[in-house]
Design a binder for this molecule. Structure first.
Ligand code: NAP
Length: 253
């Protein structure tokens, strides 16, 4: 992962808040320059970029765009690569997440959930390949333990993340030897901001999930961030792997 003496430059999608912001801060703390992608959360992204640039001058840059806009995806990668004159890493973290019980699914749900969680990672990765080949870079996809075992009532999201797991392994096969591709599958880390328009993720549901987890607690964004940092920067002989960071919950789903 080196082209010249400048630090590696890594694009993180959906990086303004929550897990994406933790991944961004961890990669930055490890010495990378970061390109902070956001869509609606511009204020949060601006604040994060300001904070990181205060820590280290010209080490963070912002990139805004809707990942549902297929025609803009290649341009986003080109912009990301021009921010620091190189691109060493892509973290496909951005995601749409909501329930789609059978009987309620319409084409718009399919398009948004598949496009945000699967189509955008594929086309961003494809556009990044020429840059990543030059730097012997790496891609990390943020998957979900429910890619392996379905989440009840979340049919389309489950299909999209299962596709992302397949994409991770398929790209690892296609892109060696220059580019490594891996995934991180979070368990329960942060409760969703909204569930069916409500901000209250049901307490009984939280308790049920914690009880199901061998480590008997939810994880923290920093847990996901350290796994991403490991796969992105410290695992030169690892490719095609999807690391569950779930307190063991995948064992009892
Ligand atoms: N939170 C958990 O416990 C958990 C569990 C399992 C898996 N995961 C996975 O871990 C990752 C991060 O989780 P999270 O809960 O932090 O994610 P999140 O808050 O649900 O979403 C992250 C970001 O994705 C961006 N995004 C969504 N649709 C977009 C679009 N069309 N174009 C551009 N950006 C878009 C949003 O950016 P803006 O706000 O800028 O619009 C959002 O802030 C996701 O891939 C998620 O599936 C999380």
């Amino acid at each position: 992962m080196s082209e010249n003496n400048s630090p590696p430059a890594i694009l993180i999608t959906g990086a303004a808040r929550r897990v994406g912001a933790a991944i961004t801060s961890a990669l930055h703390a490890a010495g990378a320059n970061v390109i902070v992608h956001c869509n609606h959360s511009r204020k949060d992204a601006d604040a994060l970029v300001l904070e990181l640039n205060t820590q280290r001058t010209r080490s963070a840059s912002i990139l805004q765009g809707d990942l549902l806009a297929y025609n803009a995806l290649k341009g986003l990668i080109d912009q990301a690569a021009s921010a620091f004159g190189r691109l060493d890493g892509l973290v496909n973290n951005a995601s749409a997440f909501y329930a789609t019980p059978i009987g309620s699914i319409v084409e718009d749900h399919w398009n948004e959930l598949i496009d945000a969680n699967l189509k955008a990672p594929l086309f961003l990765s494809q556009a990044a390949v020429p840059y990543l080949r030059k730097t012997r870079g790496s891609i990390v996809n943020i998957v979900d333990i429910h890619a392996e075992r379905p989440l009840k009532d979340f049919v389309v999201y489950t299909v999209a993340k299962a596709g992302l797991a397949g994409l991770t392994r398929s790209l690892a096969l296609e892109l060696g030897p220059e580019i490594r591709v891996n995934g991180v599958s979070p368990g329960a880390i942060l409760w969703p901001d909204t569930v069916s328009g409500s901000n209250d993720y049901p307490e009984t549901e939280r308790q049920r999930i914690v009880a199901q987890t061998p480590l008997q607690r939810v994880g923290a964004p920093a847990d996901i961030a350290s796994a991403v940092k490991y796969l992105m920067l410290d695992a030169p002989y690892v490719s095609g792997q999807i690391l569950a960071v779930d307190g063991g919950r995948g064992l009892s789903l």
